[in-house]
Design a protein around this ligand. Structure first.
Ligand SMILES: CC(=O)SCCNC(=O)CCNC(=O)[C@H](O)C(C)(C)COP(=O)(O)OP(=O)(O)OC[C@H]1O[C@@H](n2cnc3c(N)ncnc32)[C@H](O)[C@@H]1OP(=O)(O)O
Ligand SMILES: CC(C)C(=O)C(=O)O
Length: 503
């Protein structure tokens, strides 16, 4: 059996330090309940002395959320510890978490005390917290910038005083993995008492290394990681829970360590935290970003469709995402298009498929993403295609509120371009007249319908017309992100039906 790594979630404390992410009591309880479902070992529910609201929220979480240890943060002062205990005392498994800076920078510039005084304050604080609670965690704030010998002395002293968990934070995200791993390895060597307690790390992401540093610590003997959902937290955030859990799961053999987190609950938890904190998740965020399991380029899509292992190191289902996404774009190839069309229920003959693909690329070059509705429209146009006596090439339009619209239309016939221009009552009318001048036949528009078949400003417009030509009504359809072009294509389609019928 591999080594168990305890997951200490601080989304509700360090995570909530994100500007604008403040949660009310009800929201904190909702997230804490989901964290319990997710299977974290410890929930740091808040900093109870910071406000009456936070005290009430931590209290409510302690009383209502069962399973994980519930802890509240306290400075190394009596008043904070009293309030923290008041907040967590009714938890099934309460813990008081006390911290004090240990680096010379923090001691001299912030706390304005010397090492000996700070050491006494740390020991006194743990001693005081132990009067209430068996489980006391002690954090040496700014440990990674702390003189190593002094760090050992502090940890040794608080362990002797009864701390059950000692935490080594990289408070300002300054460490790099080799160095941070080395600190943990040397601490294990120099502080024998560490064998009897939980050795925790708490890494910030100022240099983007929070997860890497946490993992380096795990490799060197840490057995608790403090982290947050979506990596939210003070400044650039904390180590991201979902990344840590999935690294340990996906690279299990490398670390020979596991967590008890139910990874299938990760995505749900991530969405909840993002929604309630109003902090969006960047699309390319590992594990939970919108694109984490989306494949949008042809070569990747072809590989994924042949075998998922070509471009997927984890299953989306393992983090609670129903399935990967194949996103159709102008960079997609035939394999992805064929797959999507089959999913939509189309069986398309090979000779038609090439035409569908060409039209798809044409539309995709003008749209960011091609959705199902776009595909229905593209396929229907190709399936109901008639031989093209005239092919649409291009159009130019001059139009405005105080001028007569003028359209210049270019069609091709047997490979030869023919251009003509016409005016009309509106831009569409001018284009229709231009088409009639080239094909040499007039029609009466009986019906004209234009609709957006997809959403957004780059929606695909689909035009449908019914045109009476020499006593018979012919229908035509055309699609394009440009609605005038869609109309022109539809009108020409009706004339091509007329020519197909009359030859
Ligand atoms: C690394 C971290 O993430 S630590 C957690 C950070 N989170 C927070 O700070 C959120 C909650 N904080 C708060 O609500 C407030 O800052 C409070 C209630 C804790 C304190 O508020 P105030 O009494 O007004 O103090 P203020 O915030 O201005 O300054 C902090 C004081 O605590 C002292 N202090 C800082 N850390 C500690 C500590 N671990 N133990 C003891 N004292 C500490 C500072 O030296 C300073 O003392 P001073 O006023 O004598 O100079
Ligand atoms: C209180 C401690 C654990 C902390 O948040 C930090 O050092 O970043």
């Amino acid at each position: 059996m591999s080594r168990k790594i305890f997951i200490f979630d601080t989304t509700l404390r360090d995570g909530e330090q994100v500007p604008g992410a403040k949660l009310n009591k009800r929201q904190k309880i909702e997230i804490a309940q989901q964290l319990a479902v997710l299977g974290v070992d410890v929930i740091e529910a808040g900093f109870p002395c910071s406000s009456p609201d936070d005290l009430a929220a931590v209290k409510a979480i302690s009383e209502n959320v069962k399973g994980p240890v519930i802890t509240g943060l306290a400075r190394a002062v009596v008043e904070d510890i009293d309030i923290a205990w008041e907040a967590v005392r009714n938890a099934e498994r309460p813990r008081i978490h006390v911290f004090l800076g240990s680096s010379d920078i923090h001691l001299q510039k912030k706390l304005r005390q010397d090492r000996a005084t700070a050491l006494r304050q740390a020991v006194d604080a743990v001693k005081y917290a132990k009067r209430f609670c068996e489980d006391v965690e002690y954090s040496t704030e700014d440990a990674s910038r702390t003189d190593f010998e002094y760090l050992c002395r502090v940890l040794d002293a608080v362990i002797k005083e009864g701390a059950t968990v000692v935490n080594v934070p990289d408070t300002v995200g300054y460490a790099v993995p080799d160095e941070f791993g080395e600190i943990i390895r040397k601490l294990r060597e120099k502080v024998p008492g560490l064998d009897k307690v939980t050795l925790s790390v708490h890494c910030h992401n100022d240099l983007g290394l929070a997860v890497a540093n946490s993992l380096a610590a795990v490799s060197n003997g840490a057995n608790q990681i403090e982290c947050t959902i979506n990596g939210v937290g003070e400044r650039a955030g904390n180590a991201s829970l979902e990344e840590l859990v999935m690294v340990l799961k996906t690279r299990h053999a490398t670390f020979d360590a596991h967590t008890d987190v139910k990874s299938q609950e990760i995505y749900r938890t991530s969405r909840m935290v993002s929604r309630l904190m109003n902090v969006p998740v960047q699309p390319n965020k590992a594990i939970v970003g919108a694109n984490a399991f989306a494949h949008s380029s042809g070569i990747h899509q072809d590989g994924i469709l042949k075998d998922r292992s070509t471009y997927e190191i984890m299953k989306p289902e393992d983090v609670g995402i129903r399935q990967h996404k194949i996103v159709l774009t102008a960079r997609s190839g035939r394999a992805a298009l064929r797959h999507r069309l089959t999913e939509l229920g189309y069986t398309i003959l090979p000779e038609v498929f090439d035409r569908v693909y060409n039209r798809f690329i044409n539309v995709a070059d003008r749209k960011k993403e091609i959705g199902s509705e776009d595909l229905h429209s593209i396929v229907e146009i190709e399936l109901t295609r008639v031989p093209e006596t005239y092919t649409f090439h291009s159009l130019q339009l001059m139009s405005g509120s105080s001028m007569v619209p003028l359209a210049s239309v270019t069609l091709t016939r047997e490979g030869v371009k023919i251009t003509d221009a016409a005016t009309g009552n509106g831009p569409v009318d001018a284009v229709f007249h231009g088409i009639e001048r080239i094909v040499g036949v007039s029609g009466k528009l009986r019906d004209y319908d234009l609709k957006a078949v997809t959403m957004g400003r780059d929606a695909l417009g689909e035009a449908m017309v019914r045109v009476e030509i020499e006593g018979t009504v012919y229908s035509g359809t055309g699609a394009s992100p440009d609605v005038i072009e869609a109309s022109a294509r539809a009108y020409l389609n009706a004339f091509n039906r007329y020519f197909a019928n009359s030859h």
